[in-house]
Design a protein. Structure first.
Length: 125
């Protein structure tokens, strides 16, 4: 049996969602890099993120373009600040749904902080 190469420009499922994204495990289902300057959010790059919502100091809502299969997804992230404090943790909050999640950015000296450079990766089914 001979095997060849299949080249496809666009691959969609019947719901319009890119089939390869939902059909593959182990890849990010969404990601976003953004700047948070005193509550003003600027998306620098993203995949499957429609918008960000400033909730309060250090708490950001991430809204998905295409819903996740369920709300049991995992996320990880890094954040940096241009001030004296660096090294942060990004925390997924219990308000996560299939269409959005809130995250909290925390630096070494402040429980919740608006941090300059943020990168969030989201993995799920």
């Amino acid at each position: 049996m001979a095997y060849g190469t299949l080249a496809v420009d666009t691959l969609n499922s019947s719901t319009g969602v890119l089939a390869t994204q939902n059909g593959m495990t182990g890849i990010a289902k969404a990601w976003v890099t953004f700047t948070n300057s005193s509550g003003t959010l600027t998306i620098n790059g993203s995949f499957n993120v429609s918008s960000l919502t400033y909730r309060s100091t250090g708490t950001i809502g991430i809204n998905f373009t295409t819903a996740m299969a369920n709300s049991n997804y995992a996320l990880t992230g890094t954040c940096v600040t241009t001030g004296t404090a660096s090294g942060v943790v990004v925390i997924k909050r219990s308000t996560s749904t299939t269409t959005a999640t809130d995250v909290e950015t925390v630096n070494l000296t402040t429980p919740l902080a608006n941090l300059t450079d943020n990168s969030i990766l989201i993995f799920g089914a």
